[in-house]
Design a protein around this ligand. Structure first.
Ligand code: KIV
Ligand code: NA
Length: 263
C-alpha cells in the first residue's frame, strides 16, 4: 500500500524537481491522473467544465464535497487538494475554519485551496495553526471575475506586479504550503518561500498545473496558456457519431454484444 504525498512533503519540494499537478473532478479521470502527478486539485473550475456554469461562483461547498469525495476514493498516491467554494471562507477566519474542516472531514482530502492575497493572510494562518494545510491562489483569481471585469491576465504595470508579489509573499509567510500563481505577466522575478505552482504564469515556477479537460483537448475554447496534449474531444465526437450511425443502421448491437441462452 502506497502512502499519499502530504502537504508538508510537497512544501519540501521547493527547489527540487518540478511539481506536477492537474485538476480532476470525478473518479474515472482521477484514476487516470493519479499515477503521474504529485497533487490533484478538485478545482471549483468544475462549475464551468462539469456543470456548464458561466463562472466558478456557483460551485457550492456541497458540490465541492461531492466531487472531492469521488476523487479521494479513486486515488491512492497523489495529494488531493479541494478548492473552497466562493462565499464559504472570505468573511472571517472562523467561518473559513468551519467550511474547511467540513470539506476535509467529508472528503478525506489532504489540503484545501482558497483564493486571495494579503487580505486572506490572517485566515490562512488561522487555518494552518488549526491543522488545515492551505494552498493559496493569487494573480488571476477567478472567483473575483466580476470585480476584475472578466478573466484577464494580471500584473501589466509595476504597481500591479508589486501587488501580486506582495500577495504571494504574504500568503507564504502566513503558512500556505504552496501558492498557485495564475494568469500573470512574466517574469515574476523575486522568489517566495513556498513552492509556486504556475498556470499561465512562468516556466520558472516550482511546479505547473492545468485543467485536465483543457490539456486533453476536451474543451472547445482554451486560454492562451493551455497546451493541448491530446485531441480527446475529436476522438469522443467520432466515437459518438459512429455509435449513432450503427444504432440507426441496426449494425449495433452485433452478435458479440448480446447474451445467448446458457443451455
Ligand atoms: O479551479 C481550478 O481549476 C483552479 C486551477 C486552475 C488552479 O483553481
Ligand atoms: Na479554482
Amino acid at each position: 500500500r502506497t502512502t499519499r504525498l502530504t502537504a508538508p512533503a510537497l512544501r519540501g519540494r521547493k527547489g527540487a524537481t518540478p511539481i506536477v499537478a492537474l485538476t480532476a473532478y470525478n473518479a474515472t479521470m482521477a484514476a487516470l491522473v493519479d499515477p503521474h502527478v504529485d497533487f490533484i486539485l478538485v478545482g471549483d473550475s468544475l462549475a464551468m467544465v462539469e456543470h456548464g456554469m458561466a463562472s466558478t461562483l456557483g460551485a457550492s461547498l456541497e458540490l465541492m464535497i461531492a466531487h472531492g469525495r469521488a476523487v479521494v476514493s479513486a486515488t491512492e498516491k497523489a495529494l488531493i487538494v479541494v478548492d473552497m467554494a466562493f462565499g464559504s471562507y472570505e468573511a472571517y477566519p472562523q467561518e473559513a475554519f468551519r467550511s474547511a474542516a467540513t470539506v476535509m472531514a467529508k472528503t478525506g482530502c489532504g489540503a484545501i485551496k482558497l483564493e486571495g492575497g494579503q487580505h486572506m493572510a490572517p485566515t490562512i494562518a488561522f487555518l494552518a495553526e488549526r491543522g488545515i494545510p492551505v494552498m493559496a491562489h493569487v494573480g488571476l483569481t477567478p472567483q473575483a471575475v466580476n470585480a476584475m471585469g472578466g478573466f484577464r491576465s494580471q500584473g501589466h504595470d509595476d504597481a500591479a506586479r508589486d501587488r501580486i508579489l506582495a500577495d504571494a509573499k504574504a500568503v507564504s509567510a502566513a503558512g500556505a504550503f504552496a501558492v498557485v500563481l495564475e494568469g500573470i505577466v512574466e517574469p515574476l522575478a523575486e522568489t517566495i518561500a513556498a513552492p509556486s505552482i504556475g498556470i499561465g504564469a512562468s516556466a520558472a515556477c516550482d511546479g505547473q498545473i492545468l485543467v485536465l479537460e483543457d490539456m486533453l483537448g476536451l474543451t472547445p475554447r482554451v486560454p492562451r496558456f493551455v497546451k493541448r496534449y491530446g485531441v480527446l474531444g475529436e476522438a469522443a465526437s467520432q466515437a459518438i457519431a459512429d455509435y449513432a450511425d450503427e444504432v440507426r443502421s441496426r449494425s449495433f448491437p452485433g452478435p458479440d454484444h448480446v447474451y445467448k441462452p446458457r443451455g
